[in-house]
Design a protein around this ligand. Structure first.
Ligand code: ADP
Ligand code: MG
Length: 250
């Protein structure tokens, strides 16, 4: 689904990512841990093709084709979808209109808005005066309409209250076409039909209670330092911090 080969990225002339290699197969969800300022958002921005992230070396492949130099809109058309940390306010464009744009004409806006608790926001400007949690739900509503093959979420639980974390988790599962998983209940394994993939940045790991992940990576100083089981790595980070976690892997 996604393959990064020796990806190096600079922002404003400063090298942020060095030699990142990552392989996400169809149906897999990977999580990315790492301290603040280490380059996690830069990685997602570079994969999506945002202009400020300059790829100085390496290649990005999506569904077997190189996309390193494609425009953002072309990447979105091919099936890359992203929820960034701080999306802009778009006054004059309503949530209803942007959901139609994301999902073409046959999208059932009301149904998707109901799933994301966004019915009362449909005729407001995108993110205009929205709280942190409302912005996340609005972004997920757009992604549900877009139906990307690769879903990238940048700290989806930040600014979201406990009740709405479940809404965020369920929406992510809907986009990934995975069965609903209520907190604490067992996960149905039906891997054979899975096709959609995910890359999720999380500090707290709360989202993992709703969206089970297959693999975790720690990013440290702009490189992927180690990879492993998501729950084991999360508890290691909680107990020992990032530096110890990486030393342990070494
Ligand atoms: P993370 O998501 O892991 O917290 P980021 O990818 O947002 O980290 O940032 C990585 C580094 O890149 C940080 O040191 C940040 O200050 C820097 N950076 C991000 N955007 C810019 C920018 N527009 N100009 C200069 N430096 C930037
Ligand atoms: Mg970030």
């Amino acid at each position: 689904m996604l393959k990064l080969e020796n990806l190096s990225v600079a922002v404003n002339g400063r090298q942020i990512l060095h030699d990142v290699n990552l392989h996400i197969k169809p149906g897999e969800v990977h999580v990315l841990f790492g301290p603040n300022g280490t380059g996690k958002s830069t990685l997602i921005g570079a994969i999506m093709g945002f202009a400020r992230y300059k790829i100085t070396d390496g290649k990005i492949y999506f569904n077997g084709q190189e996309i390193t130099n494609l425009s953002v809109d072309e990447r979105a058309r091919r099936g890359l979808g992203v929820m960034i940390q701080r999306p802009p306010t778009l006054r004059g464009l309503s949530v209803r209109e942007i959901v139609h744009i994301c999902g073409k004409n046959d999208v059932d806006v009301e149904l998707l808005a109901d799933k994301t608790n966004m019915l009362e926001f449909l005729d407001r400007g995108v993110n205009d005066g929205f709280s942190g949690g409302e912005i996340k739900r609005s972004e997920l509503l757009q992604l549900m309409a877009q139906q990307p093959d690769l879903l990238m979420l940048d700290e989806p639980e930040s600014g979201v209250d406990i009740e709405n974390i479940a809404v965020v988790g369920e929406a992510a599962n809907y986009i990934l076409e995975r069965g609903s998983k209520k907190k604490g209940k067992s996960i149905k394994k039906c891997r054979t039909n899975r096709h959609k993939s995910g890359l999720i940045i999380t500090h707290t790991g709360h989202i993992l209670e709703y969206v089970p992940a297959d693999m975790a990576h720690v990013m440290y100083n702009g490189t992927l330092s180690c990879s492993g089981n998501p729950q084991e790595m999360l508890s290691c980070i909680h107990q020992k911090g990032y530096e110890e976690c990486i030393n342990c892997a070494e």
